[in-house]
Design a protein around this ligand. Sequence first.
Ligand code: 4NP
Length: 165
Amino acid sequence: MRGQGDIRRILFICLGNICRSPAAEGVMKKMLADSPGGAEDFVIDSAGIGPWHAGELPDSRMRKCGARRGYDFSTRARQICREDFGRFDLVVAMDNDNVRALHALTRNSEDREKIVCLADFFTENRRYTTVPDPYYGTERDFETALTLIEDGCRGLIGWIKRGIE
Ligand code: 4NP
């Protein structure tokens, strides 16, 4: 991987790209925009491991959960492709199944070094090691996922900015 301070293009990954990764994309964009230095230099995107929901808006439960915290999650789902590893500096997975599926798509060691888990950047919720999939869960599971995503994005921004300083 390049130095952490060089990371500008970040792709968030989950299974369907309708719950967790579009939320991470929206949270990251807003946190960067609100941070000193802003979001201008950054490219933030998300994609899913599977094709099932391509073209769809995020799940209405996650959209509602986000709206209550001041986010607008309104990107359209897409499936990841091999070429994404060339387009992004960091590929951020929500859980270990995502990591395994991503590894199967990589072309070389440079690609593999770009894969991290959002949980690696948690600071307030270290007892969690993933962002659990809320799709078959309750409203509370969506709230938990969004809380973890906010924690991870805050930690990720801190890590990148420590590399810039
Ligand atoms: P996501 O959640 O990976 O956070 O977008 C899911 C969305 C859809 C399915 C599973 C998880 N699904 O099985 O269709």
